[in-house]
Design a protein around this ligand. Structure first.
Ligand code: SF4
Ligand code: SF4
Length: 83
C-alpha cells in the first residue's frame, strides 16, 4: 500500500471503492484499462464504467504500480472485503 493509502480510503471525497483485493477510485480513474491489460491473472475488468475484480488476484501489485492516476490500490490483507 502507498503511504497515505488509508487516509485516501477514509476520505469520502476521494471515493475509494473496495473490491476483493483492490480498491478503486472512481473519480481519479480515467478508464484507460491499463490495469485490466497488465493484470497477469486477468481478474480486473471494466463493467458499467467501473473497474471490477473477480477472484484470482495474486497480489502482485502491478495494477497499483502501473496505474497512471493512483486510482487503484491493493488493500492490506486485514482490509480485505468479501462480496
Ligand atoms: S490503470 Fe488506473 S486510470 Fe487506468 S483504468 Fe485502471 S484504475 Fe483507471
Ligand atoms: S494485484 Fe496483480 S493480480 Fe491482483 S488485480 Fe492487481 S495486477 Fe491483478
Amino acid at each position: 500500500m502507498r503511504p497515505g493509502g488509508k487516509w485516501f480510503w477514509a476520505s469520502g471525497i476521494l471515493r475509494m471503492k473496495p473490491r476483493l483485493n483492490v480498491q478503486w477510485n472512481e473519480i481519479y480513474c480515467k478508464r484507460c484499462i491499463l490495469c485490466v491489460e497488465i493484470c497477469p491473472e486477468q481478474v480486473l475488468f471494466l463493467e458499467k464504467d467501473e473497474i471490477m475484480e473477480k477472484p484470482g488476484c495474486i497480489r502482485c501489485y502491478q495494477c497499483e504500480s502501473y496505474c497512471p492516476d493512483i486510482a487503484i490500490e491493493v488493500m492490506d490483507q486485514e482490509e480485505k472485503h468479501t462480496v
